[in-house]
Design a protein around this ligand. Sequence first.
Ligand code: 5AD
Ligand code: SF4
Length: 495
Amino acid sequence: MVESKFSKVDFSKYFQPPSLKDARRRRREPVHIINDFSIPDEMKTIGRGKKYLIETYGCQMNEADTEVMAGILEKMEYQETEDTDQADIILINTCAIRENAENRVFGHIGRMKQLKLEKPELIIGLCGCMAQEETVVNKVLQTYQQVDLIFGTHNIHRLPQLLQEALFSKEMVVEVWSKEGDIVENLPMARHGHFQAWVNIMFGCDKFCTYCIVPYTRGKERSRRPEEIISEVRELARLGYKEITLLGQNVNAYGKDLKDLDQYGLGNLMDEIRKIGIPRVRFTTSHPKDFDDHLIEVLGKGGNLCEHIHLPVQSGNSDILKIMGRGYTREHYLDLFHRIKKAVPHASFTTDIIVGFPNETEEQFEDTMSLVRECRFDGAYTFIYSPRSGTPAARMTDNVPMEVKKERLQRLNALVDELAAKSNAKYQNQVVEVLVEGESRKNASVLSGHTRTNKVVNFVGPETLIGQLVHIKITEAKMWSLDGEWQREPEVAGR
Ligand code: 5AD
Ligand code: SF4
């Protein structure tokens, strides 16, 4: 499937346009586990003395994919660099979730033209979710000749072969499979952190929220086998990792496709991981529809399961939720929220919200505001709805002017800020457990880390604390972070 830079690409061969009909069909297709990752002999040392740089946009799934690509490149003896001028390969791992994310990438590739002119042997690759979109691939083929390689989210394990093509063929190499039912195990991985790690538990999404491009760019829901996940977590524990985050677009659907296991879900998986000697376990992203009682019960057991739940609500109005295709009502969300809160009393909650969905009325938006007030979220990612070509919502006519959407976003953000400040204020004078992640972004003499509830804490302490769990007494609560003092002798168990 290698295409000449100038030839007409037959997208029907490898691009799956958004289609709900196909999606329903795809759920029944079997998942194949592929174990045949290989590097051609001629590529095994191709990177000796050369450097790579991967730029990552978007979510944690992309960050995890970047670690796999880095692992593959390092197996070919490439070394990492952060300096664009030093790089022999630059891969841009993209996000397609909103239009502005895409525009930033196009602007960036545009500026790389000069770099390619100065260094023609430089390989520039575009991968990630944007690469799964036909319109994007077309645009790159027509406008951005500086790009050498485009590969999709299902083709990452083929990086050695694709790079070989790109290095030796002089033509733009395009490989984007819509073949989406596979899980590739045993890929190399160059993990970015030494004490925090991502662990993919599932891939894809079958929820098809009407605004969202992810089910098309990431393919169908498929779960890794529990034994693979558990052995990966055990290995991370053995290596001294302190925190893992279980990853998936919709982790609550974990296990639904593992038909040979009897109703094995995220609750079961977390109950097993709870017993592994790793101090902190997080999970993201949750979907309210699939969040079941067993998981709530397991989270209530605490231990290494951190008290932070990211539970995207998207809207507080049941009619909007219905046309978003979310599969739950405002009442269901609130009931779930309160049940989790009861089981995990000190939990912090964050959410995602879209404002200005097509035809959202002022009253419907006010329902979102009142839900946010009721839940008193610790934080929220808020977005103006962005139409994504091919999704059902993009075909809806919309009577809400952009100024109204912007004004709603501002009002929502003001409320979110106010609640974040209030929730942080509760930490004043408390002693909390912090995983020290490094120097603070703003001040190198200050260390920074997160509480179990995912609050940022800054404090002064020796560098030797990096990577350790320490106790910090909070001296000043700000809106988005907490300042504190390092306690050599922990006073109480932190939260
Ligand atoms: N427009 C705006 N926000 C979106 N999100 C997903 N798709 C869109 C879109 N088309 C938001 C949702 C999701 C988060 C990751 O991004 O809130 O939870
Ligand atoms: Fe997108 Fe909805 Fe799937 Fe989340 S659950 S990735 S918002 S389709």
